[in-house]
Design a protein around this ligand. Structure first.
Ligand code: ZN
Length: 260
């Protein structure tokens, strides 16, 4: 375990992060599950905790298992979908939206599928792990609005079927073993290559290829700020590291940057 930083060390790191964001011309944020857990959305990669005690997300939420047993996948998705539909953005989401509105942040690259950044007011959001807004038929590739199907799934557990061919509809979220959508990932790489500051928030940088994005930024000469409860493999290369509560730290950071 890392030693607990003193309040002075935290202040110091916060000040350094604020300085970097104030002087940045192209700052980008990269966010992960840690941003949404305070909004009540479980980190579904954390098998064996809480909601997922009885199922292994890796087993049911993989592309292979989806094809063999969509019922099991939707059984897994049902409580998560219910939480996503009810979730509201927290102070950390709002802080990033404020930074974007003020022009201090180009936008957010997120691993989250819950749309809480958009609900908080962020406009430039790259969803590299997909989202629950839309769903695609696994047979004929017809794409539909997912909302009504999710409502029905939450309501009675019904597996969604394609209105055209009757095959199963797969939400546009990236499952384990599935390729990431090319367009947002390419855009995320371009943002990182053009960035001069990258703010990583709530991601432990353990899932590739997203975990490689900060390296693209570093190679382009960007400075790195990491706000995450747990240490990450890039902490030693970051200019400011805060192992603090995001919901407290990001609003403080935004206030310090914007001086309001
Ligand atoms: Zn179809």
């Amino acid at each position: 375990m890392n030693p607990v930083p003193s309040p002075t060390q935290v202040r110091h790191a916060l000040g350094r992060a604020a300085d970097l964001l104030r002087s940045a011309r192209h700052a980008v944020a990269l966010t992960g599950a840690g941003l949404s857990t305070p909004s009540g959305i479980p980190d579904f990669r954390s098998a064996g905790t809480g909601l997922w005690e009885r199922v292994d997300p890796m087993a049911v939420a993989s592309l292979t298992s989806f094809r063999y047993d969509p019922q099991a996948f939707f059984g897994f998705l049902r409580p998560l979908a219910s939480q996503i539909l009810l979730a509201v953005p927290n102070a950390a989401h709002r802080a990033l939206a404020r930074l974007e509105r003020s022009g201090r942040l180009k936008g957010v690259i997120t691993q989250n599928i819950d749309q809480l950044h958009q609900k908080a007011g962020s406009r430039q959001v790259l969803e590299v792990h997909g989202n629950v807004r839309r769903a695609t038929c696994i047979e004929c590739y017809r794409e539909v609005e997912a909302g009504p199907y999710l409502d029905q799934l939450v309501g009675d557990g019904a597996v969604p079927h394609c209105p055209d061919c009757g095959s199963v509809l797969k939400p546009n979220v990236i499952l384990f073993g599935e390729q990431l959508p090319r367009a947002p990932l390419e855009a995320a790489r371009a943002w990182c290559a053009a960035s001069d500051v990258l703010l990583v928030a709530g991601s432990s940088l353990e899932v590739t290829p997203v975990s490689r994005l900060p390296q693209i930024a570093l190679e382009a000469g960007a400075r790195l700020i990491i706000v995450n409860r747990e240490p990450t493999y890039l902490d030693p290369r970051a200019d400011a590291v805060l192992h603090e509560d995001l919901v407290e730290v990001l609003p403080e950071l935004a206030t310090e940057v914007l001086g309001d």
